[in-house]
Ligand binder design. Structure first.
Ligand SMILES: Cc1cc2nc3c(=O)[nH]c(=O)nc-3n(C[C@H](O)[C@H](O)[C@H](O)COP(=O)(O)OP(=O)(O)OC[C@H]3O[C@@H](n4cnc5c(N)ncnc54)[C@H](O)[C@@H]3O)c2cc1C
Length: 457
């Protein structure tokens, strides 16, 4: 089994060549820090709107090194938000507009991929979130009702145990939430293809160039300085590594495994012919995909957080995390018990103190940002890129009035409180799952307590 080495997705396509680094001091109209989906989408839409704009993307490792090249490949149009927090500053109409705009990102990402010839193993399908315990069923029904209330009644609905079994055979499945019009992707192929498309559009990307600080008009790197009136910070889960940003977004880990390609007789037992992106309603939930070549990937939290917001480097999860992921694989797909695990890896995602994604630009300083997507950034980053472009260009579009724009959120607590909060939350979520596993158990209060501890709900 390969451990780390960025991710299985690069095992699939090979680690990329490095573009050249910044070669001394430079200038640009817009400097973008970080070449993941967010930075690249922002560059794409800026250039599409104004081809004359000089856009420079500065990347510490290589384009797609971060979560964008490591994620679960769920392109869902879902996003991290909380209606109570949004309604403090926005109307119900604006909140519904936001849900609709996010839903539209699935088609938009696929549209650009098609027009740019990006082959990212994209398969349009449904999201299937399965409940295997009565407590999970109750949570699932509440989620379906919530999402339908906020404008997703056309694409979110519940199915019963028989219909789940017709699609995929998961032991003990009692029902599932279906989200239509989503897609499965190979994440590294998407981000690498996007980087190439952005370059073809005339954007400069420099790699192997670490930003060591930035302020109004100036980005400092280990390879020289960049002067630019607009600077966009697109570093998501890595933001804590920038000076003065340690407590802004908490870097949360998520880990995955990939099996070997499974033979047809195993697939016959599992079903899953629709290639749905598949998860469960456990408190410490999992997310899975059936890959292009018939592997199963399983993702879940593992060690949630490193003390002091320390960041992972090459994506190597610990042995206990791998053991837990394999246990989930065997529980949900017993027919795959004999399958070899080919790869295990992990990455970081950014979590704001209120667990809601944000995008914004301060016109006084020209400093902008986007992120804090809390693990659902594949589609959120696309809307972020479009919104950043509109904000930079001063366009008065519908996007710049959505509730997540220019939201300011308080910082996380100093250590050891950050570590205690997050570690305590996940301990409580895992304990809640153990309680809910008992026959006839309803939703455990421990989960609510865990979420309250960190302000997640
Ligand atoms: C394991 C895992 C599974 C996930 N699964 C899903 C999923 O299935 N669906 C979904 O919607 N979301 C998922 N997410 C979340 C999603 O992948 C991210 O939200 C999204 O990719 C963030 O994109 P980004 O461009 O903002 O950040 P990143 O892709 O992390 O890019 C940030 C970039 O900034 C660079 N950088 C950092 N510091 C510096 C510096 N000082 N100087 C220069 N460059 C710097 C990094 O090297 C990196 O390339 C997952 C995340 C993880 C970690």
């Amino acid at each position: 089994m390969k451990i780390g080495d960025v991710s299985f997705w690069y095992g699939d396509i090979g680690l990329p060549y490095r573009r050249r680094a910044l070669d001394g001091d430079a200038t640009a109209d817009v400097a973008i820090i970080g070449a993941g989906y967010t930075g690249l989408w922002a560059a794409w839409y800026l250039k599409a709107a104004n081809p004359a704009l000089d856009v420079l993307v500065i990347e510490k490792d290589f384009a797609g090194f971060g979560a964008s090249g490591r994620n679960g490949g769920w392109l869902t149009g879902g996003f991290a938000w909380n209606h109570r927090r949004y309604l403090e500053g926005s109307s119900e109409h604006q909140v519904r507009a936001m849900v609709e705009a996010m839903g539209g990102t699935v088609d938009e990402v696929i549209r650009v991929a098609e027009t740019q010839g990006i082959d990212a193993d994209i398969q349009r399908t449904d999201e299937l979130m399965v409940a295997t315990k009565p407590a999970q069923l109750a949570r699932m029904r509440a989620e379906v009702a919530h999402r339908r209330h906020w404008g997703e009644e056309e694409r979110v609905y519940e199915i019963g145990a028989d219909e789940v079994a017709r699609r995929v055979r998961i032991p003990g499945a009692l029902g599932a939430m279906v989200v239509a019009n989503v897609a499965r992707i190979q994440p590294a192929k998407l981000v690498r293809g996007l980087a190439a498309a952005v370059e073809r559009a005339g954007v400069r990307i420099v790699e192997g160039t670490t930003v060591t600080g930035y302020d109004k008009g100036l980005v400092t790197t280990d390879r020289g300085q960049v002067r630019a009136p607009v600077i966009l910070r697109c570093t998501e889960g890595f933001t804590a590594g920038l000076p003065g940003r340690k407590r802004e977004w908490l870097p949360l880990n998520s880990a995955q495994i990939a099996t070997e390609p499974l033979p047809p007789e195993v697939w016959e037992k599992i079903g899953w012919q629709g290639h749905e992106i598949l998860g469960d309603f456990a408190n410490a939930y999992c997310y899975c995909q059936r890959t292009r070549e018939g592997r199963i990937t399983v993702g879940a939290r593992g060690v949630p957080y490193r003390f002091g917001s320390n960041l992972d480097v090459d994506g190597a999860p610990d042995a206990e995390t791998v053991r837990r992921l394999v246990a989930i694989l065997h529980r949900h797909f017993p027919a795959a018990r004999g399958a070899r695990i080919d790869h295990a890896w992990c990455g970081v995602l950014g979590v704001p103190r209120d667990w809601c994604a944000t995008v914004g630009l301060d016109p006084a300083t020209g400093l902008g940002w986007a992120g804090g997507y809390v693990g659902v950034g594949v589609s959120t980053s696309n809307l972020a890129g479009r919104t950043l472009a509109d904000l930079v260009l001063g366009r008065n579009t519908d996007l710049v009035h959505l509730p997540w724009v220019n939201r300011r959120v308080k910082e996380w607590e100093a250590e050891p409180f950050r570590w205690l909060g997050v570690t305590g939350m996940y301990a409580l979520l895992n304990a809640a799952d153990r309680r809910e596993d008992r026959p006839g158990a309803g939703p455990s209060r421990l989960a609510g307590l865990g979420n309250w501890l960190t302000g997640r709900s």
